[in-house]
Design a protein around this ligand. Structure first.
Ligand code: ADP
Ligand code: MG
Length: 679
């Protein structure tokens, strides 16, 4: 009877297997049917013909028409992948991941095999990969290893209208290689009508338009400006939920913190609505959202329920969520702003452009008539908003790009073929910074230091910190700190009902006022000592997911250290050595305490404050070095460590002179005293 049982089991498993197979097959068939309903489908053959006839093609089509998911598949079906990979760039990592996942499903293959993605610190591709989705920044880095991109038969620069810094630099590079690789096909695709400009730039490349389907969208403005757009957005969403016919809601917010706050408030308020009101499914989507939660936004809403998607700009054109009928647009996004005069960069919540506002509204009219609720006045739309967002290249720090271009052997940056020139001041500032960091010599040539720095996919100041860890023998600590800094501010969490406990747990890592960088290191090391325990994270109000990501990043940084031949050494007993290493990269970010408790940055005086989340917020050290500036109600320094002023002169003598770092108290003393020893 044992045999019978086993036989039975075999039959059973066999049946299940074939059942699963047929289920998978019908899912695949269904996806194939869906592909044929996309607006791009009727133009498939014409599009392939155009790709065949021209080397460079500009493709324009409304968001959701199928450009990103379909065109690479069409190219594969037409045989282009026999000659090399099809690469498709995205400005955002979540888009690269989620679209690759979708395309692998449509092709019925495992993600990472034939279809893969590559984003910073995460390479989900293999030797088999023929359709590769990646961030524009990653393709830029691929030039360093393969300057002619020989492994590719087609490059599709997607979301070109976003005009990110990396996309703009890619334009120049791909235009150049297209000249000496006539068999390489180049597609520039965009959701908006800037097509002429792209065409002009690429020597009058033809424009292929994919007619979109768009339903009317009713636009509503507020009568008066909203004092608190977050609250207004939540109230509006709940009102729609309670009073409007079925259809999902998309709310545009500016970042993770805001989205998490909104999620919590909405959950709280819907609890009070009673059972007569339909279920409201809340789906957040932002850059650092863990992969397993990203798929949730695409799951069809169950009948009788309503979905509300809380998204950053990512849902503006990069991702299309089917079923959205209502859009709530507070009119803001978080953008990097840069002052080329001072070289200071900060993240800032700023009003969006009219073009963005129109894209956002359009998200509601894709599958039927929609409604858009703008939480600003018609007056401000018509009179105050810019027509278009300024390309990133004109409002950002260029140090990273300059280092990459120099590493590619492109020296004459002023004559580089930019679609829109960066401000010459910003170029100059980038050269100055790289010189100060030791990456370039006086002639603007790449130094050995610069070559080593360029190996790291990090901002130059972080890269410098990595290389400097060799001298101070603390590379083990520095890669942990760099990995933790890369996670952003999603390490600690603070549940509403346990804030005191959470704050206490957090302050434990700040014992001795070691500063935020060392505190991050302590968090990482303590976790490592528990053998990466999840329980330990719970007990300390630390996000396990963020820590796991930090560990992944750290592993990769360790590999990169090996490539630049820096030994892994620990110097945990010498905190000053670690701080000096941080300052080797971040000396331009130093500030001095003022009488009123604010700070002045040293080189280009500007008033800044210690962020309330910093362990030093109550301590107010006399001198401080910071990781980044964020501008909310004030200009805040985030991740702050105390420094000794003499270190600045010691570490960066070409940047700081004694007079920059002389203390008031020292000035009162007779000359020669209280000054750092000159050795
Ligand atoms: P475009 O690039 O022209 O904006 P896409 O190719 O991104 O259009 O989208 C085509 C369709 O694929 C849309 O209907 C969208 O909802 C769907 N889609 C894209 N990514 C996913 C995903 N990860 N899961 C489910 N559907 C997706
Ligand atoms: Mg797209």
């Amino acid at each position: 009877s044992l045999l019978r049982l086993q036989l039975w089991k075999f039959v059973d498993e066999h049946q299940i297997e074939s059942l699963e197979k047929s289920k998978a097959k019908s899912a695949l068939e269904k996806l194939q049917e869906e592909r044929k309903t996309l607006p791009i489908y009727p133009y498939r053959d014409q599009l392939l013909q155009a790709v065949n006839d021209y080397q460079v093609l500009v493709i324009v089509g409304e968001t959701g028409s199928g450009k990103t998911t379909q065109i690479p598949q069409y190219l594969h079906e037409a045989g282009y992948t026999k000659r090399g990979k099809v690469g498709c760039t995205q400005p955002r990592r979540v888009a690269a991941m989620s679209i690759a996942a979708r395309v692998s499903q449509e092709l019925g293959v495992k993600l990472g095999h034939e279809v893969g993605y590559s984003i910073r610190f995460e390479d989900c591709t293999s030797d088999k990969t023929i359709l590769k989705y990646m961030t524009d920044g990653m393709l830029l880095r691929e030039f360093l290893g393969e300057p002619d991109l020989a492994g590719y038969s087609v490059i599709m620069v997607d979301e070109a209208h976003e005009r990110t810094l990396s996309t703009d630099v890619l334009f120049g590079l791909v235009k150049d290689i297209a000249r000496f690789r006539p068999e390489l096909k180049l597609l520039i695709s965009s959701a908006t009508l800037d097509a002429e400009k792209f065409s002009d730039y690429f020597d009058s490349a033809p424009i292929f338009k994919i007619p979109g389907r768009r339903y009317p969208v009713e636009i509503n403005f507020t009568k008066a400006p909203e004092a608190d757009y977050l609250d207004a957005a939540i109230v509006t969403a709940l009102q729609i939920h309670v009073t409007k016919p079925p259809g999902d809601i998309l709310v545009f917010l500016t970042g993770q913190e805001e989205i998490e706050a909104a999620e919590e408030i909405m959950k709280h308020r819907t609890r009070g609505l009673g059972t007569k009101i339909a279920e409201l499914i809340i789906c957040p989507i932002y850059a650092n959202l863990p992969t397993e939660l990203q798929a949730k936004i695409f799951e069809p809403t169950p009948i009788g329920a309503r979905k509300v998607v809380l998204a950053t700009n990512i849902a503006e054109t990069s991702l299309t969520i089917d079923g959205i009928k209502y859009v709530i647009d507070p009119g803001f996004s978080k953008i990097k702003s840069y002052n080329p005069r001072t070289g200071m960069e900060s993240l800032q919540v700023s009003p969006i452009s009219k073009a963005s506002a129109n894209q956002r509204a359009g998200r509601s009219g894709r599958t039927g008539p929609g409604m858009c609720f703008r939480l600003y006045t018609a007056y401000s739309y018509y009179n105050e908003m810019e027509d278009n967002t300024v390309p990133e290249i004109q409002r950002t720090n260029l140090a990273n790009v300059v280092l990459t271009l120099k590493s590619l052997g492109i020296h004459d940056l002023v004559n580089f073929d930019f679609m829109d020139q960066p401000p010459s001041e910003a170029l100059l500032k980038a050269l100055e910074l790289l010189y100060a960091l030791g990456a370039l010599n006086k002639l603007g040539e790449l130094t050995k230091m610069g070559r080593r720095m360029a190996e790291f996919p990090l901002d130059p100041m972080l890269s410098k910190m990595m290389v400097a860890s060799e001298k101070h023998k603390c590379s083990d600590e520095i890669i942990s700190i760099a990995a933790m800094l890369s996670i952003g501010n999603s390490i600690f969490y603070r549940p509403k009902d346990k804030q005191v406990h959470a704050d206490n747990a957090r302050m434990n890592f700040h014992t001795g006022n070691v500063g935020d960088h060392i505190a991050l290191l302590k968090v990482y090391n303590s976790w490592r000592e528990t053998n990466y325990s999840t329980q330990w994270c719970y007990e300390n109000y630390i996000q396990v997911r963020s820590m796991k990501r930090a560990r992944d990043i750290r592993d990769q940084l360790e590999g990169l250290l090996e490539r630049v031949e820096i030994e892994l050494t620990s110097n945990l007993n010498d905190l000053d050595a670690i701080k000096k290493t941080i300052i080797s990269g971040f000396f331009p970010h130093s500030a001095k305490l003022q009488k009123n408790g604010s700070y002045r940055t040293i080189k280009h005086p500007q008033t800044v404050h210690i962020h309330p989340s910093s362990g030093l917020a109550q301590v107010l050290p006399r001198w401080a070095v910071y990781h980044e500036l964020v501008c909310t109600s004030k200009e805040y320094m985030r991740q702050v460590t105390e420094l000794k002023p003499e270190w600045l002169v010691e570490i960066a003598p070409h940047f700081y002179q004694l007079k920059d770092v002389e203390d008031l108290s020292q000035k009162k003393m007779p000359r020669g005293q209280g000054r750092p020893a000159e050795n």
